[in-house]
Design a protein around this ligand. Structure first.
Ligand SMILES: CC(C)(COP(=O)(O)OP(=O)(O)OC[C@H]1O[C@@H](n2cnc3c(N)ncnc32)[C@H](O)[C@@H]1OP(=O)(O)O)[C@@H](O)C(=O)NCCC(=O)NCCS
Length: 226
């Protein structure tokens, strides 16, 4: 499918109420294998190990490992005070040891589709153990538990569930993956996301090339508790 210009619609929906809870007030969450907690400045070194693994970074828009610790610190800063009010990104740690093995959550309240976006990365030594799926499921629960506020949002019309939803649309979280990132697609599908769009655009890693991307959405609807 050729790249087409997004067409925008204004919908009434909900979003997590602002300000988002600050890192200092967010409670850690545990799952069978993971401790999911707010990020702290001291995570920079562990994050640097993650973000200098070529296999981890290959599918990111940056497409390459961080150059040095300072670059990793810059990447961490949007998730630390005073920026923590605008993001909901977490350290993904092993429950047994506390070791940071990944990062994930909402790095962007307004994605290319207008809805909040989720992303995640896990250190290669821990791939294939179900940990990313475990993280996304737990993160979605925390996201759904945040207090809600009514919102009017400009969203990409292609995310709409049907024409009837044009004026009032249930809240969504969106994600996108490269077409060949099968692992990430499986994570999203196992966590309850639905594939809604395939498109091509310039590759951020090399704008001379085109890439095929797949868009996913998770409709919060009945999952919201308040
Ligand atoms: C994508 C990523 C997060 C997956 O993490 P993970 O912890 O290995 O994922 P899970 O173990 O929860 O796997 C979920 C499913 O995907 C499958 N899967 C994982 N990696 C896969 C791969 N490379 N190829 C095919 N299937 C894969 C698993 O087998 C599992 O499916 P199954 O239960 O049906 O067997 C990890 O590979 C990663 O960090 N990649 C680099 C960063 C990245 O691409 N982030 C996403 C950007 S959109």
């Amino acid at each position: 499918m050729a790249a087409s210009k997004p067409k925008w619609a204004t919908v009434k929906t909900t979003l997590p109420a602002r300000p988002l809870p600050l890192n200092a007030s967010r409670s850690p969450v545990t799952t069978d294998s993971l401790l999911i907690r707010p990020l702290v400045p001291e995570d920079a070194r562990s994050l640097h190990i993650l973000r200098t693994q070529p296999e981890v970074m290959a599918n990111s828009p940056q497409g390459r490992p961080d150059k040095d610790l300072e670059e990793t610190q810059q990447r961490l800063s949007p998730f630390l005070s005073p920026n923590d009010e605008k993001t909901f990104n977490c350290a993904i740690c092993l429950k047994d040891t506390g070791e940071l093995i990944g990062i994930g959550g909402c790095h962007q309240l307004v994605s290319m589709f207008g809805w909040p976006a989720i992303g995640y990365m896990i250190r290669t030594e821990f791939w294939g153990q179900g940990l990313a799926t475990e993280f996304v499921k737990a993160w979605l629960e925390s996201w759904c538990e945040l207090p809600r506020a009514e919102a009017e949002l400009e969203i990409d019309r292609r995310t709409l569930l049907s024409d009837e939803d044009e004026e009032s649309s249930p809240e969504q979280v969106t994600a996108f993956t490269l077409v060949d990132n099968i692992g990430s697609q499986r994570v999203l599908e196992k966590a309850g996301f639905e594939r809604f769009l395939t498109w091509e655009e310039a590759d951020l890693r090399d704008p001379a090339l085109q890439v095929t991307l797949i868009g996913y959405r998770y409709v919060l609807g009945d999952h919201l508790r308040n």
